[in-house]
Design a protein around this ligand. Structure first.
Ligand code: MG
Length: 303
């Protein structure tokens, strides 16, 4: 072979192999991408909070949905070039999607739709919602809830998809919601909705109270899982601040090739500036302790 041709062939083969390696890695290798709800981190300004997260290797900022449209420019400005992105938008809508009162349902639909635009513009994985909180005093049966959600979620999912984001159904423990407590139930509702604009969020605090196994719960959510909340079970504080294993759930995340964010949604015992990076380091150790999945997982069905 001519020397130049040989060189070109070698480079091309090398580049192709590197691309295949990258593609394989990007599709199947889960990664722990930490995020933090805005109120959890201390700071006099949004810019100061974002700078701290970036310094601690926390890549996501989770914001509340209330008033989000008025904050979009401020958030974009604070995040630009920081290495921190909006991970998800947590609630902040009115009413309740699954409620016996049609006015409460209508209020939820209208206010959720209004948040989806800014959520998509900010690149959020989704708007996290709960069908109804205990505080909402909804008197529907579980069967009625399923029927209502099956009716409204496809259209809401389409509104989310059009906005460039998703709706994320989060199960809560039974003291906080009368309806969806487990990831398998959330996944069943999302599967029934049958729209790519609707997915699931998991929360280790609630999982600790409702699930027999974190790993099996995560596997039940599988490709529908698009966001994770991090907190201990008992006191709902930073991971590592009280006894609560995360490695078992992390093993499940590795098995499903999870690439979404895992976001602090918890109180902090002690000094936030000291404790948040300590918790981040603890979680990275737990991620390592989770080991490697037993076999190469299938790539998730969606981002
Ligand atoms: Mg949560």
């Amino acid at each position: 072979m001519h020397r130049r041709a040989f060189f070109t062939a070698t480079v091309t083969a090398g580049a192709a192999a590197a691309f295949r390696r990258r593609a394989r890695t990007a599709q199947v290798e889960a990664r722990l991408r930490l995020s933090c709800q805005e109120w959890v981190v201390a700071g006099r300004s949004l810019a100061e909070k974002v700078a701290k997260l970036a310094r601690w290797g926390i890549e996501g900022l989770e914001v509340g949905g209330r008033g989000l449209a008025d904050r979009t420019a401020e958030l974009k400005q604070a995040l630009r070039g920081s290495g921190v992105a909006v991970s998800a938008v947590c609630a902040g809508y009115d009413g309740a999607l699954a409620h016996h009162d049609p006015a409460a349902r209508a209020a939820a639909i209208a206010s959720m739709k209004a948040i989806l635009g800014p959520a998509g513009e900010l690149g959020a994985a989704g708007l996290i919602f709960v069908p109804a909180l205990t505080l909402d005093r909804s008197a529907l049966s579980a069967r009625e809830v399923r029927k209502i959600l099956a009716g409204v979620l496809p259209a809401l999912g389409e509104a989310a998809r059009t906005a460039g984001t998703r709706l994320l159904l989060e199960p809560l423990n039974r003291t906080e919601t009368p309806y969806v407590h487990r990831l398998a139930d959330a996944a069943a509702i999302v599967r029934e909705a049958g729209h790519p604009g609707v997915a699931v969020a998991a929360d280790f605090h609630h999982m600790g109270r409702e699930e027999a196994s974190d790993r099996r719960a995560v596997l039940a959510a599988g490709p529908y899982l698009a966001h994770v909340h991090l907190a201990t079970t008992k006191r709902r504080i930073l991971p590592g601040q009280e006894a609560r294993d995360f490695a078992d759930g992390f093993r499940g995340l590795k098995e499903i090739g999870y690439r979404g964010f895992a976001s602090f949604e918890c109180g902090v015992a002690g000094d936030r500036d000291r404790e948040i990076p300590r918790s981040a380091a603890f979680l990275h150790r737990q991620w390592e302790a989770a080991g490697q999945p037993p076999c190469t997982p299938e790539p998730p069905g969606r981002e």
